[in-house]
Design a protein. Sequence first.
Length: 567
Amino acid sequence: MYTIKRGTCCLHRYSSKIVYLERYFSSKRVLYHDNALSAGERSKYSHAVSSTDAIRNQLELDENLEGFFNEDVVKNVKRSNAQTKSETNTTNKDLVSMDPSEIPIYDEKGNCTTPGISTFKSEKLSFVENGSSPIPNERTSEINDELNGNQVKNATKDNNQFTLPESFSVGNLKRFLDFFHKGDSPDPNKIPANAKLEQFVDSKLPMVFISRFRDPRINLSIERYIYNHLPDAKKHQFAKRLVLYRNAPCIVIGKNQNPYKEINLHLANILQIPILRRYSGGGTVCHDLGNVNFSFMAGKSLFNRTGFTNILIKALNSIVDKEYANLEFPKFPLTTNAKGDMVNAINQHKVSGSAYQLSKGRYLHHGTMLLNADLHAMSGLLHLSPEKKACIEDKSIKSIPSPIQNISMDPELFEYCCVNSFSSTYGVPSFLHRSTKSNLLDLKFGNAECRVMKLDNISDLPEEVINEYKTFKSWNWVFGRTPKFKLHFKVGEDLEVCLHVHEGRIVEMETSREDPSLAKLRANLGNVYFRGSEVSCYVEDADIAKGFEWNIDQGVHYQESLGLQLN
């Protein structure tokens, strides 16, 4: 065995595993949260979340938790699982690696001590270069027309089953949709008078920000900008934020994940679906226009895994099976599982994963609500063969497959429910000064009032957001930030190779035999980027070069297909 190594690599300092486990398990204080359901709903769906079911769900998350439960109960759960598996095997097709629930742990210096989101190439983002053309908005004017005309489906059904709760506020829904689509048909004789994001990002009052952009890099940049400018919660207790956005198809990995082990790079390359790395921890997720992303932000002292989700679930459960205009309402009730994910209260299938970030005295809770997402496409993009996974040796955070399900709800209705829940709970009991700006809306629910800001013009975004966008577009951030790992593969009949990769470069190489065609690569260890097309240029034998290129990244075109900027 030949080992070649150039230079020295700094080792990451990790906190004690015992401390990590203590903090990890202390964050999982309860098995499930039935307070998300009303008393009547708990009775109606009591069979859905029994204590045994809760323990079964917890063991599905991590089988190493057996020691925390009664031995007899664990045996009953295992026996029940075996019986269920023999009766049906229909849920496997629903498994998708979508589990953004790992909480990153930060040390006293603010550094992450635990190993820890992409878009079609069509985004282009010409406006970043010429500063002119915003991303086109979408229209659902037919819904507005029906709301204004009070057209109700099944109007002949005169019973309480279809009566919307007073807290839903149909009047506010109409205002919200009118505001949401204001400007979709621009008036050539009138320039919109929009407020700038930087004018309100430091507001000491609760605010909702809704992005109309569909580029995930812009949306993640907006989200991070708002998070970084959240006022000090100790001085400004009302300063909470809710950010809503939908992304074009993309793949998003956690801050400390390995994309080579999480993503089918070959399929992503074919479909031209770029890949992003977010700043928060958690697992890998796929986004498309069929899901809505929400981010709740508040002071760190208010951190609660299910704080906002329970509030949102209560609002969504109050409109299950309701009918109004041509809107699609949820068809089943929701609850939360042990990890804080939103799940179907009947079959425990996940409808929204969760990820968290705790830093700088504040916290952020990501949610990815599945409304009408393409679940099969998601499954393919996140599917890797066991053999491929076995070739990679690392200590990064792994995504956990979970059965998932769409809630089949109109995106704008869901966004309104988010605004309603946030405003009703965190709004201020006062009258806000009415704004004349085109992209600001003040909504009042009961005695609580909150301001909503719509972001639909690139010129309303500060330079800091554009700079963050450039980071999300960088190969160094997306792939170069991958935690240290080893890649094992075989070329030809007898050449076995092990590449040690750190900070996006090959720093060490082991081979089963000496091969003169690898001499140039050996001489440049530590300087060669871990990209198949680049590494192959350092291998003199054409067949061996092709083997290296394929095994490294399946020949991905990072610029043309993924839209990344190379260093």
